[in-house]
Design a binder for this molecule. Structure first.
Ligand SMILES: Nc1ncnc2c1ncn2[C@@H]1O[C@H](COP(=O)(O)OP(=O)(O)OP(=O)(O)O)[C@@H](O)[C@H]1O
Length: 238
């Protein structure tokens, strides 16, 4: 079964089609890579899935239900977690408070939210810095916190927007292991990432966007051999 079905989804800003007639499915428990050049429409697609952007046309089906045009709150409550390319952590709060605030979307009491937050903090290795002010984390720490906030809503589908870029190789490897481990917890992942060395071994499928349209969909080992993708995006990187 597919947790997410995207049917001919489009989003137009004035004369610009940020997404045009995009269709693909995200199978349960898979890790799908979403790649493409800057401005290809990756963030807009994430925003529509997460309810932050209304589609101009097309249909979104989540867990078998037509959810086209839902709100961010409805998406979060249904189990769509999201990280942002420009991180949105609350600098003046502690790491634990940041995660507990996010957990409140899914948990009725602050006590339950705190408990859920503690679990996620341990899981992501943020336990030792739980009571540190978020602003004092390193860039890698902030990315991990952003991921913790998304996981605190206990998502069924997690949208990761460049959580691995800018990390040292060791930090990136740790983050890759976290992403890989999510599958065991019933979490399906769609991730925007630019580093092919990360996408290739991690993702089950890859979708390539270009000028708002789907240019390619398939297995990671096929994407690097596709002439149109190499021409539009990968160039001499592979
Ligand atoms: N709110 C908006 N209003 C007008 N144009 C927008 C808006 N959001 C995005 N766009 C435009 O839509 C296109 C797709 O942008 P989007 O951010 O989705 O691409 P992207 O693939 O995520 O790029 P990047 O990798 O640089 O983040 C771009 O041309 C962008 O300028």
């Amino acid at each position: 079964m597919s947790i997410l079905e995207i049917h001919e989804l489009s989003c137009r800003f004035g004369g610009l089609w940020a997404n045009r007639d995009i269709s693909f499915e995200v199978p349960d428990h898979s890790i799908v890579g979403l790649i493409g050049p800057n401005g290809a429409g990756k963030s807009t697609l994430f925003s529509m899935i997460a309810g932050a952007q209304q589609p101009t046309s097309g249909k979104l089906v989540f867990a078998g239900r037509d959810v086209t045009g839902w709100s961010p709150h409805q998406a979060a409550r249904a189990g769509v977690g999201r990280t942002f390319q420009l991180m949105r952590v609350f600098s003046s709060m502690t790491v634990a408070e940041n995660v507990a605030t996010a957990a409140l979307v899914r948990h009725r009491s602050t006590r339950e939210a705190r408990r859920a937050a503690d679990e996620v903090l341990e899981r992501l290795g943020l336990g030792p810095v739980a009571h540190t002010q978020a602003s004092s984390l390193t860039a890698a720490g902030k990315k991990r916190l952003e991921m913790a906030r998304a996981l605190a809503i206990r998502p069924k589908l997690l949208l990761l927007d460049e959580v691995l870029s800018g990390l040292t190789p060791t930090e990136a490897n740790e983050a890759v292991e976290i992403v890989r481990s999510l599958r065991r917890d019933d979490v399906t992942v769609v991730m925007v990432e630019h580093v092919m060395e990360i996408i290739m071994p991690l993702c089950d499928r890859v979708v390539v966007l270009h000028h708002g349209q789907k240019l390619f969909e398939g297995a990671p080992h096929d994407v690097v051999r596709d002439a149109a993708v190499v021409d539009a995006y990968l160039g001499e990187a592979v």
